[in-house]
Design a protein around this ligand. Structure first.
Ligand SMILES: [Zn+2]
Length: 309
């Protein structure tokens, strides 16, 4: 089996005045084959693909991997240049059986509100018969285009993000299983029509994610992704969404996606972490000299949407 893997990511705050230019990608720019052994936030599919290729005797063709720290809109020529660089590498690698992308999901460029959807759609044109998979940060704008053009999309489950390599390994394994026709992922996307998020280091997020993971791999459910959304962006696809892949059963995927999405809606702000004002945080720290401020000691200030990465 021939696998192509590449990575392109940044998290765009469309309200920020600092442009994301080519230099912003330069400090984390790896031409094909030069990515370090250690995965970064959005490049874990490359590392997972190396592992899978080594273990399964597959051929891996690596593309570029690059990342820019979050800032304002990416320049149009910057995005198009990096996109076309990766698509050119894919074109040169054809034929391939599996395409793996490490993306963020909230990259916005001048002229492109949905960079990831654009990239995946163009990859689909180049590799119409390949299995295309993408890993996203859960602070993404998951678009219908991305879901339609990819066979599998898996986002991080944990916030803080501790699981990007684990999710990349899942993505890789499921994409290979799909290419080998051992499974047939069918997607259903439920739009919660809200922007929310939860920490998985505390309740109710911890138990919720534990439940999701217990459901995966059983009863025909292949994968469950909850996109928290990224509030610092004025784009059509912003928001919290649930994406479920069932094995050949669209109705089953749709039922579960809606059920989980309605659970999140019912939480309201209960899952959103509390953010202290500076004076409140200092006062809480002074009152807790032993160390970290426990969540239970946090004043009951109005919750706000969480800052992301
Ligand atoms: Zn994030």
């Amino acid at each position: 089996m021939r696998i192509f893997a590449a990575s392109l990511g940044t998290e765009t705050n469309t309200f920020a005045p600092i442009p994301t230019d080519r230099r912003a990608f330069a400090h984390s720019y790896y031409p094909p084959g030069t990515h370090p052994a250690t995965p970064t936030l959005c490049s874990a599919p490359i590392v997972a693909a190396r592992e899978a290729a080594s273990a399964g005797g597959h051929s891996l063709i690596e593309g570029t991997a690059t990342w820019a720290e979050p800032a304002g809109l990416t320049g149009q020529a910057v995005y198009e240049g990096l996109r076309d660089e990766i698509l050119g590498q894919l074109r040169a690698a054809m034929p391939v059986d599996v395409v793996l992308f490490g993306l963020h999901g909230a990259m916005v460029a001048h002229g492109y509100d949905d960079c990831e959807g654009d990239l995946i759609a163009r990859a689909r044109e180049i590799a119409p018969d390949a299995v295309i998979g993408a890993e996203l940060d859960l602070h993404a704008h998951l678009s219908d285009l991305m879901v339609a053009k990819a066979d599998l999309i898996i986002a991080f489950k944990e916030f803080p993000h501790t699981d990007f390599l684990a999710r990349a390994r899942e993505l890789t394994a499921l994409c290979i299983a799909t290419a080998e026709q051992r499974i047939r992922p069918v997607a259903s996307l439920f739009d919660c029509r809200m922007i929310a998020g939860y920490m998985t280091s505390r309740e109710p997020g911890r138990s919720f994610v534990d439940r999701l993971q217990a459901m995966e791999g059983t009863n025909g459910i292949l994968s469950i992704t909850v996109i928290h959304g990224f509030q610092a962006a004025d784009v059509y696809d912003v928001g919290t969404k649930v994406l479920v892949y069932a094995d050949g059963d669209a109705a089953k995927a749709a039922r579960l996606a809606e059920q989980l999405g309605r659970e999140l809606i019912a939480w309201g702000n209960a899952g959103v972490p509390v953010h202290l004002k500076t004076a409140e945080a200092v006062a809480a720290a002074i009152a807790n000299p032993a160390g970290t401020i426990p969540a239970a000691a946090s004043p009951a200030t109005a919750p706000s949407s969480s800052p992301n990465c």
